[in-house]
Design a protein around this ligand. Sequence first.
Ligand SMILES: Cc1cc2nc3c(=O)[nH]c(=O)nc-3n(C[C@H](O)[C@H](O)[C@H](O)COP(=O)(O)OP(=O)(O)OC[C@H]3O[C@@H](n4cnc5c(N)ncnc54)[C@H](O)[C@@H]3O)c2cc1C
Length: 267
Amino acid sequence: MRRTADVIIPTSIDEAVSAFGDGSGLTVIGGGTIVMPELARNEISVSKALILSEAGLSGVSREGGTVRIAAGTPLEALIGDTPDPLSTAAQRVGDYELRGQATIGGNLCAGPGRAAPRGDLQAPLIALAATVRTAGAGGEKTQSVEDFLAVGTDARLVLEIEFAEPTRGVYMSMGRPHAHVYTLFGVSCAESAEGTRIAIGGAGPVAVRASSVEQALAGGASAGDAAAKVLDDVELTDDALASAWYRRKTLPTLVSRALTELARESA
Ligand SMILES: Cc1cc2nc3c(=O)[nH]c(=O)nc-3n(C[C@H](O)[C@H](O)[C@H](O)COP(=O)(O)OP(=O)(O)OC[C@H]3O[C@@H](n4cnc5c(N)ncnc54)[C@H](O)[C@@H]3O)c2cc1C
């Protein structure tokens, strides 16, 4: 059967926002590294596509200790030009070709409901206390990445992500080598004047903040004791990469190593 779709390629942010409207009936395409394979496998159908590659939504900028990343910025541009845990997490995504094409906006919106949810940058952004500016019904809105992920990402157009430069950050991941190295789960830690924030990616469909670990640390627990609390924060799932059992056995150790590394960097 022959399939056709309307394709809109805005050449400015204003055009993109206006074409998006309330998002109904529209499929946004950032780098397309998730959407295009889904289309090829007939997992989704697209009647109207909004392609962002020429909308001027790319680049990392800094102003007065604030880092801003436009939604269409390719992951390769984050490496070295953004602080950890984001920089190292970006470096571990796929390979060079993929990182040149995939965008941070697409990574943030990769989540539940997909055959293979992959959004390894969600956890670093939660650890960095990042906010996300979006457009959609009711106009523009800025909210925390956690809130954005909690309500579902479908009906908003991501424009920009912003966070304060941390004093230090650490990213550690457990990978499974295949044709690519796929991240089973990743631990992101970011330290700022407000304290240490920790987030876990790969433990469930979207990344989560490890509040129990943070509270234990703030209460003076050792890295190992605080790390054990991570099992209170995550709902572990089985998937093609690992079982929930395996994740339960290994995640606390990775959290403990990340906390030890963060403390070593602070010394
Ligand atoms: C071989 C391979 C290996 C991969 N390895 C990894 C990996 O190691 N880690 C990882 O995290 N991911 C991995 N991925 C998944 C994917 O490449 C990344 O998540 C990527 O960052 C997605 O970005 P994109 O711009 O290509 O998304 P797209 O395919 O363009 O979009 C993904 C979703 O986000 C929505 N979207 C995109 N941009 C916006 C926006 N600005 N506003 C609102 N919605 C938007 C789309 O509508 C779609 O629902 C891999 C993919 C492949 C094919």
